[in-house]
Design a protein around this ligand. Structure first.
Ligand code: APR
Length: 249
C-alpha cells in the first residue's frame, strides 16, 4: 500500500461522520465514459441547454438520439470496486451520505439504500414530465422513437417528457441541494471521488466542507482546482486506491 493510500486509510479510520461526493470518474471503471477526460463525452458532443430542449423539437430529438446511444453503456454497467468500497463505508455506518453528480444509479445498484444517496443531477434510468412530474419508463419511449422518431409527451397532461436528469440551464433539485448542504456541513471528512470539480453549484460542496472544518480528500486521476485546499490529494485510479484503503476487493 503506498503512502497516499495509507494516509487515506488513516483519515477514514479517524472519521465518525463522512460524506462522499462522486462524479463520472467513479463509473469509468464500469465502462461508462466520463465527460472531460481526453475521450470524454464533451470531447465529441456539445451539451444541450435546457431552454433549447424546451424550444426545439429537433433538439429534443437530438437529446433522445444521444440518450439511446449512451444508455447502451449504462444498461450493461455494473458497480465496480470503487462503488463497492463506497457501499462498504455506508454499510459500516462511517458514511451517512453519498452526494453524486452521476445519473447511472450505480451507487444504488451497489446496495446503498436510496435514502443515503443524493442525486444532485437527477437520474437517467427513467423519464418524467416537465409539467406534472409523472414518471415515464424509458423502454416504450425508446421503442417509439426508434420506430418513427416519435417524441414522448406526458400521457397524463400532454407535457414535454425528458429523462429525469438536470441539464445545463435547468434548476437544481431543491431537496437534493438541501440534503447535500446538510451532509456537507455535518461531516468531519469529505471525500471527492472522480470529479473535475468544474460544474457549480455541485463543485462548491467540497469548498464548503473544508471551510466548515472538515478534512477534504480528493481522489481523481487528473488535478483539480481544489487540490490546493485539500488535506490529501491522490491522482490514481479510484477502484484501486479506495479498495486498498478500505480492504474491499
Ligand atoms: N479514477 C480516478 N479518476 C478518474 C477515473 C478513475 N478511474 N476516471 C476518470 N477520472 C477522473 C477524470 O480525470 C476527471 O477529472 O474523473 C474526472 C471526471 O470529471 P468529469 O468528466 O468532468 O465528470 P464530473 O466532474 O462528474 O462532471 C460534472 O458535468 O457535464 C456535467 O452533468 C454532468 O454531472 C456531470 C457534471
Amino acid at each position: 500500500m503506498d503512502e497516499y493510500t495509507e494516509k487515506l486509510r488513516n483519515l477514514i479510520q479517524l472519521s465518525d461522520r463522512m460524506t462522499i461526493f462522486t462524479g463520472a470518474g467513479i463509473s469509468t471503471e464500469s465502462g461508462i465514459p466520463d465527460f472531460r477526460s481526453p475521450n470524454g463525452i464533451w470531447s465529441k458532443l456539445q451539451p444541450i441547454q435546457f431552454q433549447d430542449f424546451i424550444d426545439s423539437a429537433e433538439m429534443r430529438a437530438e437529446a433522445w438520439r444521444r440518450k439511446i446511444i449512451i444508455d447502451k453503456d449504462m444498461q450493461k454497467a455494473l458497480p465496480n470496486r470503487g462503488h463497492r468500497a463506497v457501499a462498504h463505508l455506508v454499510d459500516s455506518g462511517k458514511c451517512q451520505t453519498v452526494i453524486t453528480q452521476n445519473i447511472d444509479g450505480l451507487h444504488q445498484d451497489s446496495g446503498i439504500p436510496d435514502q443515503n444517496v443524493v442525486e444532485l443531477h437527477g437520474n437517467g434510468t427513467y423519464a418524467s414530465c416537465l409539467q406534472c412530474s409523472l414518471r415515464h419508463e424509458l423502454e416504450p419511449i425508446f421503442e417509439a422513437f426508434n420506430r418513427d422518431n416519435t417524441l414522448p409527451v406526458c400521457r397524463h397532461c400532454g407535457g414535454i417528457v425528458k429523462t429525469a436528469t438536470v441539464s445545463f440551464g435547468q434548476a437544481m433539485p431543491e431537496e437534493a441541494m438541501r440534503l447535500s448542504e446538510r451532509s456537507t456541513l455535518s461531516c468531519d471528512l469529505f471525500i471527492v471521488l472522480g470529479s473535475s470539480l468544474v460544474v457549480f453549484p455541485a463543485a462548491a460542496f467540497p469548498q464548503i466542507a473544508k471551510q466548515n472544518g472538515a478534512k477534504l480528500v480528493i481522489v481523481n486521476r487528473e488535478a483539480t482546482d481544489q487540490d490546493r485546499i485539500a488535506d490529501l490529494v491522490v491522482h490514481q485510479e479510484i477502484g484501486q486506491v479506495l479498495g486498498d484503503a478500505t480492504g474491499v476487493d
